[in-house]
Design a protein around this ligand. Structure first.
Ligand SMILES: Cc1cc2nc3c(=O)[nH]c(=O)nc-3n(C[C@H](O)[C@H](O)[C@H](O)COP(=O)(O)O)c2cc1C
Length: 192
């Protein structure tokens, strides 16, 4: 059983990310190969990066208590799934900042993306693939894109995401691939 952190990647009051996270949780609830735990960036309440040293120079030691707690919290997980909002063709600033405020808790773990927006968060996800590669993570190929009419139906008419077959199929593939990489990387990571 893999421990997977479900990052709720936006923090504004009426965020859509809650709907996306709930759907991922509901879909994964019956699986015996992974256990999801929410990592809500609203609760993490991270400072904008404030460390004296870049993480690679400090060895991933964070002085700010909330950043240190975030780094420590991430260490418990075998991989991650992130809900991804697209703000101005990129990820939300709070999401990028969450990646900057940890190092060892991310490294050598898979991360999968569930994006939403006009083009399903595709541009924000592309940017996060680069960022997470910099952290020596493994960005999972299959992604979920809640896009266009589907996104608008969920956003403005309250249509449940689980009512869309193409989204359920994409999420199933994403979960399978996350588990595959999680199982592949865990023993290698533990071996040092
Ligand atoms: C500052 C800002 C910029 C946005 N830029 C984009 C964008 O570039 N592409 C897009 O598809 N949607 C964009 N949107 C619309 C978002 O997709 C939509 O508001 C979504 O619900 C945001 O995610 P959230 O509710 O989890 O915060 C933007 C929204 C905000 C608040």
């Amino acid at each position: 059983m893999l421990n997977i952190g479900l990052i709720v990647g936006s923090t504004r009051p009426e965020r859509f990310s809650d709907k996306a996270a709930q759907w991922v949780e509901d879909t994964a609830a019956d699986r015996s190969d992974l256990k999801l735990t929410r990592l809500d960036l609203r609760e993490a309440d991270l400072p904008f990066f404030q460390e004296d040293l870049p993480p690679l120079m400090s060895g991933g030691k964070f002085e700010h208590p909330k950043a240190a707690a975030w780094e420590e919290r991430l260490s418990a997980f075998d991989g991650f799934i992130a809900t991804v909002a697209e703000y101005n063709y990129g990820p939300a600033g709070v999401m990028k900042n969450a990646f900057d405020n940890a190092l060892n808790g991310w490294t050598r773990k898979p991360i999968a993306f569930v994006g939403y927006g006009g083009v399903g968060g595709a541009r924000a996800i592309q940017a996060l693939r680069v960022t997470t590669s910099g952290l020596r993570m493994v960005p999972i190929g299959p992604e979920v894109n809640i896009a266009a009419d589907t996104f608008m139906a969920a956003l403005t008419q309250g249509k449940p995401l689980g009512g869309f077959d193409h989204l359920n199929a994409a999420l199933g593939t994403l979960l399978n691939e996350t588990v595959w990489w999680g199982n592949a990387l865990k023993p290698a990571r533990n071996a040092g």
